[in-house]
Ligand binder design. Structure first.
Ligand code: BTN
Length: 319
């Protein structure tokens, strides 16, 4: 199916005969694949007698050669999937099978994209970025402290490089534009974090998506913000470059080196917030982060730090 999509991605008309010849299959086999594209990938194909087939909008597919063209520094090996359950899950499987890290897993869509706190990450075909970077961590716990917050900073810088304004962070690792979520980050770990382990940095960025009925929170996308289609291969190259830079700094100096920078990007700094874990809620004022990336919350005049993957922060509206 990916081969056929690559032929159609320019958004021009292609005759059934030409498509069949390029793929080495019959016209009826082409027809079947076209039907799959429409039903499975939710894409619209115009069929015009005498002219052939045309995608309703051109597609910008992920392509390792195009990523390499945009890349400046070293490159990680990249595995691109047309469809996968979750790029994080695939990263963990590859690491367990002995694939040497670092490496990158990308997909055009995810059938079971994983979000934080057991939620699903909506992952339509070829619209957004589903990006998982797998790292081998040998330095013990210190190498993991504040790591997800550093990833948030790298994503924020990448979005700014594409011209997005008013990008900020919400502890621990949501990236928002004007209060609407544009990126989710999910770190998953296998092995012994005190010794040697693999960590997957899973990043989902809303790139060219303009509508979705499935998302149950306020969201936006890069295209929605800047009003033009974003080249996802360019975004992969730029994000990888930012991550390389920030991860090297983090390895060398630890999270303490990012503390101030992160607090400057924190959208709810100094605001009344609630920290929520399941049914428990703690009210306080967001004072920033500690040297390990934990949230510093002022509760009745006393400051306490909180950390943990199940925690989430809400803005408190006392009115
Ligand atoms: C969140 O809930 O905010 C985190 C969402 C993380 C989604 C990304 S998409 C790429 C990677 N693969 C997954 O299954 N999840 C992460």
């Amino acid at each position: 199916m990916l081969k056929l999509l690559n032929l159609l991605k320019d958004g021009r008309f292609h005759s059934g005969e030409a498509l069949g010849a390029a793929l080495g299959v019959s016209r009826s086999a082409v027809w079947k694949q076209l039907q799959h594209i429409e039903s499975d990938l939710n894409l619209t194909i115009h069929k015009v007698r005498g002219r052939g087939y045309q995608l309703s909008t051109p597609l910008n597919l992920l392509d390792s050669a195009a990523i390499a063209e945009f890349a400046l520094g070293d490159q990680w090996p990249v595995f691109i999937h047309e469809s996968i359950d979750s790029t994080n899950a695939e990263g963990l499987r590859l690491a367990a099978d002995g694939q040497a890290a670092p490496f990158l897993v990308l997909a055009e869509r995810q059938s079971a994209g994983r979000g934080r706190r057991g939620r699903q990450w909506i992952s339509p075909f070829a619209e957004n970025l589903y990006y998982s970077l797998v790292l081998r961590v040998e330095g013990g716990m210190r190498q993991l402290e504040g790591l997800s917050l550093v990833v948030g900073l790298a994503v924020m810088r990448s979005l700014q490089a594409f011209g997005l304004k008013d990008v900020g962070l919400k502890w621990p690792n949501d990236v928002l534009v004007n209060g609407r979520k544009i990126t989710g980050i999910l770190l998953e770990l296998v092995g012994d974090p005190a010794d040697v382990c693999h960590v997957v940095l899973g990043i989902g960025i809303n790139v060219n998506m303009l509508s979705s009925e499935q998302i149950d929170q306020q969201w936006t996308s890069m295209r929605g913000e800047v009003g033009r289609v974003i080249d996802r291969n360019h975004l992969v190259a730029l994000l990888s470059q930012q991550l390389q830079h920030e991860l090297a700094r983090h390895r060398r100096y630890g999270f303490a080196a990012f503390q101030e920078e992160w607090e400057q990007a924190h959208l709810w700094q100094g605001q009344k917030v609630s920290l929520v874990a399941g049914t428990t809620r703690i009210d306080g004022i967001a004072r920033g982060v500690d040297g390990q990336g934990g949230l510093r919350l002022e509760i009745d005049g006393v400051e306490k730090s909180f950390s943990g993957g199940e925690l989430s922060l809400r803005l408190r509206n006392d009115s």
